[in-house]
Design a protein around this ligand. Sequence first.
Ligand SMILES: Cc1ncc(COP(=O)(O)O)c(C=O)c1O
Length: 390
Amino acid sequence: MVKEVLDQRELQFEFAKRYFEDFISKRSYMIPYLKPQETPTLLMDTEGIKERYEEMRKHMPNFKIYYAVKANDDINVIKALAERGSGFEVASSEELSKVMSLKVEPERVISSNPVKPEEFIDYAYSVGVNRFSVDSFTEVDKIAKIARRARVYVRLVVPNEGSDWPLSKKFGVDVDTALDILEYARERGLVPYGITFHVGSQCNNYRNWFIAIRKSAELWEKARSKGFKLQMLNMGGGIPVKYTYEALRIEDIAYYIKGLLQKFFPNPPYELQIEPGRGLVGDQGIMVAKVIGKAKRNGENWLYIDTGVFNGLAEALGGIRYPIYLDREGELKEWTIGGVSCDSMDVIAKMVALPEPEVGDYLYILSTGAYTTVYASNFNGFPKPKVICL
Ligand SMILES: Cc1ncc(COP(=O)(O)O)c(C=O)c1O
């Protein structure tokens, strides 16, 4: 029994160690940045992001890629993708102005959050962005008032089972309501343009894509029989990256989706889109933090570090588990890793297998390229992670 527990720890630590070593060996230019003065620091690999983009293009050649800026809005991340010709999905005026500051044409920008502030719609339309998602009659009214000839695509609700970060409760409608919304949009002078869905972020369940594409085909056909000429199918995000387990590969997801499209769309949509966030940047970042304290409480080993759920690692609260590595040898113990703030919610992970650290040691948190800095606050006066794009 004791041996079994030890093996689990070894496995976990070996996984993180190998992940760290592989990551750095492919990016030797990161070595000088691994012991920064200032922590927490997020090191982002822009070449790696470009490679992920090219990998997606290679396996999904019929899809136009719109990077979901919410995942990581660092200007150098956006720039790397803009240089490769990526499109962008934005939700706010600030995201949009960052993209526009790089002279990206508005035709390369869409907005897929189904509920948008009026000021944002106004700004986006005024600079030439004219594709917006909707999933309510109220949103159609808002867009029709502000962006009179905009194109709208309707968001379907689809299963998010097996996705580590589900998104389906908040947005999306069933097929018949979606059809009513498209009809209403047409009556209000908007251009019914297409369909979108999101299978949930970090999706490791092919079935979500299966049901989503089948539902989209049902709506497509119903819309066609009512005289709509929809052009576009947008498959949202969901492409997973490696955390403490290996995720589905882009290549395999692409192959599966291709088969589904052949099966359910005998006449393929004129335009296919995906809007990955995590899948492009998630495993291209490594957060460097420092150990600031240790304690034993009720038999539990606690380790405190200088970042936390309020300044970068918010997804830990929703169940994202990051691989964590410490460059030391010795007997592995299980640690509960507490964040820097005084809030007891600020716990990054439990049962993390690590050798005994010392205060001042560097800790490496892998797969922190997406949904980290964008969530960070200055709670308790602690700094947001510094970002270095290499
Ligand atoms: C509308 C929309 N599109 C795309 C994304 C990106 O999803 P992911 O990071 O899973 O690729 C999100 C994530 O929240 C989203 O809400």
